[in-house]
Design a protein around this ligand. Structure first.
Ligand SMILES: C[S@@+](CC[C@H](N)C(=O)[O-])C[C@H]1O[C@@H](n2cnc3c(N)ncnc32)[C@H](O)[C@@H]1O
Length: 311
């Protein structure tokens, strides 16, 4: 069995949730159940509705959280379907929504899941294995132009054109089916930066993972829906691991903190826009130096918090 996922910013998450004795927290990214366990241990009557699109995560978390059986509901699904999931679970009032974005250690560390450029496996990258399209399929199906833009935008990779040219050259010999095949193609055309020491395949793998799982669209949809399901003073807490995710969260919180958004010249409001969130963290909370030293994955984590207001 692969190593358990090490939860990040544990103390900060509990403090930010600001929970009472009872209530319901939706953990939309259950993973190994680390944060869920923390919430259950630190409260008496709070219940957790845990969601993950990876059935293996649900199975692992179910074992870990077995002693809290009467306070948990675990659902295999996508957090962007949160309204339907709540309805199905007969839940109405939510006191906290927690998202710890990205992939978990068991996903990254299992070669057969195809997320890692360090371990050989099928070029898969699906969080939900029942989904049809894998990363290998994307490399075949996307046009050159689209593939360049995916790698450039989702990977923030400046050598995207060069990488796609190399991918196409290789594909003329046969399909790219494995993670190491792709990572070796990238290594031939992109050199490691001496400054950051980041592996040259990191950005392309991030880009393909985001595209395969349509990650950014799901985050946008979820944030939009979440405001409707939170009761007064309930909090949304999001941990993101790269700037694309963090920007979406930051901009969404800002837009929902605004009241009227009519142009300044108009004397009477005609937009009807109401403030729905109050930002709790003007600047994101980041891990302590100690946490970063103990868990390298924590170093890029940013936690943002907003609170539901009804005006
Ligand atoms: C970083 S891990 C969460 C780790 C967890 N907080 C813990 O402490 O063990 C992220 C998890 O979110 C899941 N995930 C990512 N996007 C999702 C989505 N749109 N819907 C549901 N689950 C998602 C992944 O499958 C992964 O298991």
């Amino acid at each position: 069995m692969s190593k358990q996922h090490e939860s990040v910013l544990e103390r900060e998450v509990i403090q930010s949730l600001n929970l009472g004795k009872e209530g319901l927290v939706v953990d939309g990214t259950l993973g190994d159940g680390g944060h869920a366990e923390l919430i259950l241990k630190n409260t008496i009557g709070v219940r957790v509705l845990g969601v993950d699109r990876d059935i293996k995560a649900i199975e692992r978390a179910e074992k870990r959280l077995a002693s809290f059986r009467d306070r948990i509901t675990l659902v295999h699904g996508n957090f962007s379907d949160i309204k339907a999931i709540l309805k199905e679970a007969n839940e109405v009032n939510v006191d906290g929504l927690f998202l710890d974005l990205g992939v978990s250690s068991p996903q990254l560390d299992s070669p057969e899941r195809g997320f890692s450029f360090m371990r050989n496996g099928p070029l898969d990258m699906r969080m939900d294995s029942s989904q049809k399209i894998t990363a290998a399929d994307l490399l075949i199906e996307l046009s050159d132009e689209k593939l360049v833009s995916v790698i450039k935008e989702y990977g923030e990779e400046r050598f995207s054109k060069r990488i796609v040219r190399a991918i196409r050259k290789e594909q003329r010999q046969g399909a790219i089916k494995t993670t190491l095949q792709l990572s070796n193609i990238i290594l031939k055309v992109v050199h490691a930066s001496k400054k950051t020491k980041i592996h040259p395949a990191t950005r392309t793998f991030q880009a393909l993972r985001i595209a395969v799982n349509d990650e950014l669209e799901h985050i946008k949809k979820t944030l939009k829906n979440s405001v409707d399901i939170l009761q007064e003073s309930a909090r949304i807490i999001v941990i993101s691991f790269h700037s694309l995710e963090d920007r979406i969260v930051k901009n969404f919180f800002k837009s929902e903190e605004k009241g009227c958004i009519c142009p300044p010249k108009i004397p009477i409001c005609s937009c009807g826009h109401k403030q729905r969130l109050k930002i709790v963290t003007r600047k994101p909370i980041t891990p302590s130096v100690e946490e970063m030293q103990n868990n390298s994955r924590a170093s890029s984590a940013k936690l943002r918090v907003a609170e539901r207001v009804y005006v």
